[in-house]
Design a protein around this ligand. Structure first.
Ligand code: 2RA
Length: 328
């Protein structure tokens, strides 16, 4: 199994390599791809050294699977070339997510919809993955009418520039800004760009991608995405209105029984999900589960996940594992 990792030196690319090694993914050849300026440099994987190559070299090596995490522009240009050559592409960018001919996959929810014909598979946005994984078991049992979500997003979702900005601000230094304002001691209600409807792209990804993955356009989703100075993962405060009545015990059982979810809900002993706990783990952590006292069929809960793992790298590797297990 020849696997190419496109964007191998980026934040997500490095976590993809870590997850491939941790999960002992059955690859026989690794093809790490980086931009021209990094070509020739070496990376280490499972104790061996690999030279970084460019996209054309990787294409010529005809990988079986290519895990892309190199931005939408690169995906739009190169994913079709790899697919054309017989490679199955799993793309982390937003380039293909809402394309009606491409599948948007969270393996625990809809991997079974994949066929051998799917040569470009889209990995959802990080804040969507942790939300929709939590919604799926509840939607199946209690039919979701409306979701109101507020996110508290890690700066690692923006990338190295944002981490460097925060580190400088800790020291009272100035420099290149990843955000329009200081992020230290701040909360910025602006993730990605603003759209005509005064939502941000990040907020509309939560709305549009959730509908596509649940395969149900009747689910109403309204989001506010906020950037906060943490690094371990994204947190989300979620209010869900159901069509059906529910008991908290049934909600907790549905979540507990669903793969990829870990319940962390023991307020009496101050136990609830937090980024400092979720960092480095692959599950989605759910807690603060309680009936919304202001509405007879609504629920409040709190979701945290490592946005670089289940929010990106781990989800992509799990898709690749599904392809291997099903001999695609
Ligand atoms: C963010 N979800 O957190 C976006 C992209 N990773 O900035």
């Amino acid at each position: 199994m020849k696997v190419a990792v496109i964007g191998a030196t980026g934040m997500v690319g490095q976590v993809i390599l870590k997850v491939l090694a941790e999960r002992n993914f059955p690859l026989t050849e690794l093809i790490p791809v980086a931009s021209e300026r990094s070509v020739g440099k070496e990376i280490e994987f499972k104790g061996a050294k690999y030279q970084l190559v460019n996209l054309q070299t990787a294409l010529d090596l005809q990988p079986d699977i290519a895990l892309f995490s190199a931005g939408g522009k690169t995906s739009l240009e190169w994913a079709p070339k790899f697919a054309e050559a017989g490679t199955t592409v799993i793309d982390n960018s937003s380039a293909w997510r809402m394309n009606p001919t491409k599948k948007l996959i969270v393996p625990e929810i809809n991997a079974s919809s994949l066929t051998k014909e799917d040569k470009i598979i889209a990995n959802p946005n990080c804040s969507t993955i942790q939300l929709v994984l939590t919604l799926k078991p509840l939607h199946d049992q209690f039919k979701i009418k409306r979701v109101i979500v507020s996110t508290y997003q890690s700066i690692t979702g923006t990338g190295v520039k944002a981490v460097q900005q925060l580190e400088r601000e800790y020291k009272g230094e100035t420099g290149e800004m990843a955000y329009p304002y200081p992020i230290h001691q701040n909360a910025i209600p602006h993730c990605d760009v603003f759209l005509e409807n005064d939502y941000t792209k990040e907020e509309m990804k939560l709305t549009d991608e959730t509908k596509k993955i649940l395969a149900d356009d009747t689910v109403l989703v309204s989001a506010t995405a906020v950037r906060i100075p943490v690094v371990g993962g994204h947190s989300e405060s979620v209010n869900i209105e159901f069509e059906k009545e529910f008991e908290i015990s049934s909600i907790k059982k549905a979540l507990k029984d669903f793969p990829g979810i870990t319940l962390q809900d023991y307020p009496s002993v101050n136990t609830y999900p937090m980024p400092i706990y979720a960092e480095g783990k692959n599950d989605v952590f759910v807690g603060r589960i309680r009936k919304d006292h202001s509405h007879p069929r609504a629920l409040q809960l709190w979701i945290v996940a490592d946005n670089l793992r289940k929010g990106a790298a781990t989800n992509a590797v799990q898709i690749a594992e599904y392809l291997v297990e099903n001999k695609f």
